[in-house]
Design a protein around this ligand. Sequence first.
Ligand SMILES: [Fe+2]
Length: 297
Amino acid sequence: MGSDFLISGLRSVELEVPDLARSAAFYMDVWGLVEAERADGHIYLRCEGEDAYAVRLNEASVPAILSYTLRAADGTDLAALRARAIAAGGVADGDIAPMLEAGGGTGFSLRDTVGRKLRVVQGDTRLDPFNSGQSRPDRLSHININTTDLERDIAFYELGFGFRVTDRSKMMGFVRTNSDHHTVVLAKAPVDTLNHIAFNHPTWEDVMKASGRMVDADYPMGWGPGRHGPGDNVFAYFVDPAGFVVEHTAEVLQVDDTYRVGGPEDWVWPAGRTDHWGVAPPKSGACKAAQLAIGFK
Ligand SMILES: [Fe+2]
């Protein structure tokens, strides 16, 4: 299932933070990542799965997302993929070249129609997965990106990278590139910024335990816990020390091409509800503000 996609998934995000030591300590001691490598001012943090890293941090005055990195399927022709992405509106940012960072591989970088940088890597290192028993994430789950033009950005992923639409709600488009219901979510907004980054766990019990670790460290839950509509995943949202919104999630719906693509009429909640469970308080103002605030550099 999903083996015919050009992109196999979301490998990593590359972030700039104003206090590198503080953010690195947060992601390792509280969020649950593990240091993979330090080099050239960058700290690479991995999950428990096979990816060489999930989060790359470096220090800069303003928090920002530099890029996010998709992994091309083993059989994908990178040059053809790059040409396809450029034909769909992407702007070249260098040629296909070795990726000189943790995980290596070969890849390319480009900017989307509004200048957000994304990278594609192929043949990067896979590590041995492990299980610490401490409810650490096993991989990235998805990236949610704010968009001033939902149709434009859905088309960019479909035409440029071979993603398929799984669901549409009034405010969001969910696109997939493997059996996960969504790997990229596009959210209508007044700005083209980062909405949030989601980390996958094997079970929702792990989401709860990892969330408890956050609460113990005085990071209040910004939204959740709950179970989303589109994708059916369990969620808990937080704001990290640099202002990034991060989500612990699990149990995202597994789909294939038999999935009936939903529309806004399929995802209308009863009054007062924003998820299947209905136990979470309304999203905090701090979380809402942070979901708009992080720009792409
Ligand atoms: Fe999410």
